[in-house]
Design a protein around this ligand. Sequence first.
Ligand code: ZN
Length: 508
Amino acid sequence: MAAPSDLDSLRERLREMDDLQAAASLLHWDQNTYLPRRGAASRGRHLATLERLLHERRVDPELRRTLERLERRSPELGELERDLLRVVSRDVERAARYPASFMVTITEHAAASFEAWGRAREEADFALMAPLLERTVELSRQYASFFPEADHLADPLIDDADEGMSVAALRPLFAHLRAALLPLVEAAIAERGEAGSQPALPLASVQEAAQMRVALRLASALGYDLDGGRQDLALHPFAIRIAQGDVRITTRVDPTDLAEALFSTLHEAGHAMYEQGLSAELNGTSLASGVSAGIHESQSRLWENLVGRSRGFWRYALPIVQRTFPELGHLDEEAAHRSVNQVRRSLVRTEADELTYNLHVIIRFDLELELLEGRLAVTDLPEAWRERYQRDLGVAPQDHLEGVLQDVHWFSGFVGGAFQGYTLGNVLSAQFFEAARSAIGDLDEQFAAGTFAPLHAWLREHVYAYGRRLPPAELVERATGRALSVEPYLSYLRDKYAPNLAREAASK
Ligand code: ZN
């Protein structure tokens, strides 16, 4: 019988690719934490080489033949093997669309662009980036050309990050969300007042190590396993799986505001807990990773916002925070809760509150579609950005740093495919949370007692353990009993930020 040996050979190939991927991930992690600036160019080359080796293995004709033989025998295979076959075939099919040289070009270009972006930010100089961004748009359009069946130039990039999603599905979803958010922001500010730009959890002096320590302690209370993880400083926080037993997070510290370190840590720990919760049987295969950008972000946002900004969490966390930072002793539970849930129409996405956050994302999503479609020139981007911020948030950037240069995404990869996941994640965070609550009861009381294990266990069973075994839409359906919907998210936001509006809506 040929099937077992083909399976063995498949698993061996995947294991080797997983090892190469682990090496690339470690280089990425280092690039974004400790790499000296002058090492950037050669690091770009190292990553491009690994990317090429991975690509060669993915499109190896022998792998394809193995997959075809296994495909014919798929009735003999177990469920796990069939899921693996589906996912590897999808990866192989997509990788075979473009030549390895294209991947090298985009990886090297991305490294150069990322490096230039650092300099451009120092001088808030968009002109420095414009030619590089024009090239990125060109390369992104070229990528789309490898998928001629796509309805929209952004679809292949979106489908890479969020399988099954498309511009046609996202446009109406985001339009609906935006239309609901604009009046909700108005109502919340009318009810609660608009916050100033003062720190949420103000500190008088720089206490970087102490901030990181308390943030990590709380992340570990939620369930982030420190024996299989670590925390470092980074300008742009991220979580990264190197391998099983090695899922790292990075944290950004604001010397004057503990909220930055705290929430960036809880956010990245949410991503990391997803990766730590993958079923061990997926290890070393293409199934051993989060399934999509949106599902990933749903977990970071769930832990950061639905848990970390809840009343119950603050009943538990405030005494811990105050033991390290006695200067926050003036806050009681209600004041702390209010302080970390302020609403403000602001300019910077990563600093935006829960309520206005998706407006920032939708602006970027719309603008990147216009860039790809050729309806917006790169040189006109700053002005389009300013207009849209004025229209949706009532504020306009004073310089490019708080405008178009703020996000790393367009300057370190493709234009397209990177932003929709944030909003999908926010939407799904509430949908998963609602399903978990109806299964395990009053979560707020559990949080107040420092009990996070039941929620963690529910998420592990219904989301994390699967890795990539189920396509995102199917995972959502199975876990929550319904298809993706913005309603749980909107009702969560209404209840929290505009209870008067929520009561009106309920009485209609
Ligand atoms: Zn995230």
